[in-house]
Design a binder for this molecule. Structure first.
Ligand code: CMX
Length: 394
């Protein structure tokens, strides 16, 4: 279905060269114009959620009230916390996260309203309630998943209502560097949405089109995001760099990178963090991360390697004609930044992607219900019928 337009998706649009726009605004503009947290250098996810939902930027007063509102909605039940804490330690954090979302589903406002028989034209209001709850709760869910997996037994701060979502998440996971708050703000803002055809957004759209409530839709989306060709690529990309570092240490050449890449390609494996189904140029989100690193992170071997890979790898991939986009996507760089601040559990990275993607997916579901979009049901065909059609030329 590559290139086939078949979805109405209100909140964002991806341009093959210029990258993503949220409500018609590109990331450069959003990063400049969206309200900042006090003392921070980056826009807050709360402001971007407002933008995705309404199409306009909130002012400082509105974003403050919205932050308070989301804080009030962020509480997790004891049952959910206990359930996550009791999941097997070895279970992947994305699986725990998805289960955590499902365990909140009995609180779905939409499901209750539907079973009471509210009229169709009110569906969007109940979807909005659930969507705001989910965007608020994922911060706490992510922190509980992280702490119950990697910080067992440690006393850590609870949520602080004076902090924005990003700072709260970082603090609840046991980090206190203010520059990490800013990285998390940038991270949550740039991963929030990538139009409707991504595996995660499309899955949510499809599941919700059956009037499954937003919890069911979002959890399903997270199971798609957990795939290595989609959101898991961020952990794979860091592993790719760390494996290189293990082999070559801190002294390496462009040729070493080229040989390493060719070796992976010869085993029919992909180079994580490179390529894209729609983008045909470097992902602007990757550039934003590099710019953040340039301003805030002292150069180290991994940053040097990341930058040099950006010079060497596209030239190699470009020689493999089947690869339509040799340029890096957002997942190529995010792991190096997170590692710099001490977040060294790669398995957790996709959960952060999922937290961010809640903002776009949830805003979009509200609009899908407001537009009263129908159940999604494309046609399919069997191989025999397909062969028949091809041979008859019809
Ligand atoms: N390394 C090696 N081969 C690659 C490649 C890469 N980075 N990118 C594409 N290819 C290959 C594909 O596997 C495909 O090979 P086959 O025909 O043998 O199956 C061929 O090139 C054509 O693919 P394409 O049309 O260029 O790309 P697709 O739209 O099929 O796939 C994507 C897009 C992202 C899945 C692919 O580029 C990829 O696997 N990249 C690495 C994983 C990654 O970074 N994913 C994250 C994407 C962003 C996100 O969703 O988070």
């Amino acid at each position: 279905m590559r290139g086939l337009t078949g979805l109405l998706y209100e909140t964002s649009k991806l341009h093959p060269v210029n990258g993503i726009t949220y409500r018609g605004k590109d990331l450069n503009e959003i990063i400049k114009q969206s309200p900042r947290a006090s003392g921070g250098t980056q826009p807050t996810p709360e402001g971007v959620l407002w933008l995705l939902l309404t199409g306009v930027y909130p002012n400082q007063e509105e974003v403050k009230t919205f932050q308070e509102e989301l804080y009030q909605r962020s509480h997790l039940s004891d049952e959910t916390e206990t359930l996550i804490r009791n999941l097997p330690e070895k279970m992947h954090p994305m699986t725990k996260f998805s289960i955590g979302v499902m365990s909140c589903q009995p609180d779905s406002n939409f499901a209750k309203a539907y079973h009471k028989g509210v009229p169709k034209k009110e569906y969007w209001e109940h979807t909005l309630e659930d969507s705001l709850d989910i965007c608020a709760k994922v911060i706490q869910l992510a922190a509980v998943v992280y702490n119950s997996t990697y910080n067992r037994g440690k006393q850590l701060p609870g949520p602080d209502q004076d902090l924005d979502m990003s700072a709260n998440l970082v603090q609840m996971m046991g980090f206190s560097d203010k520059s990490f708050y800013d990285l998390m703000r940038l991270y949550l803002v740039i991963h929030a949405d990538h139009e409707g055809g991504t595996v995660s957004s499309h899955t949510a759209h499809c599941v919700n089109s059956a009037l499954s409530d937003p919890y069911l839709a979002y959890s399903a989306a997270m199971n798609g995001l957990a795939g290595p060709l989609h959101g898991l690529a961020n952990q794979e990309s860091l592993n790719f760099l760390l494996d290189f570092e293990k082999r070559f240490g801190h002294i390496w050449t462009d040729n070493d990178i080229a040989n390493y890449v060719e070796e992976i390609l010869s085993e029919s494996r992909v180079i994580p963090g490179y390529g894209h189904a729609v983008l045909r140029k470097t992902d602007p989100r990757f550039i934003h991360l590099l710019e953040f690193a340039e301003k805030n992170i002292e150069e180290n071997n991994l940053i040097r390697l990341l930058n040099q890979c950006y010079t060497v790898i596209p030239k190699i991939l470009d020689k493999h004609k089947k690869i339509k986009n040799p340029w890096p996507n957002v997942d190529a760089g995010s792991g190096v930044m997170l590692l710099h601040y001490g977040l060294n559990h790669q398995d957790f990275y996709t959960v952060l992607f999922g937290v961010s993607r809640a903002l776009g997916i949830m805003s979009s579901l509200v609009w899908s219900r407001a537009f009263n979009l129908p159940i999604e049901r494309p046609n399919s065909i069997t191989l025999d019928l397909l062969l028949e059609k091809v041979s008859s030329g019809k």
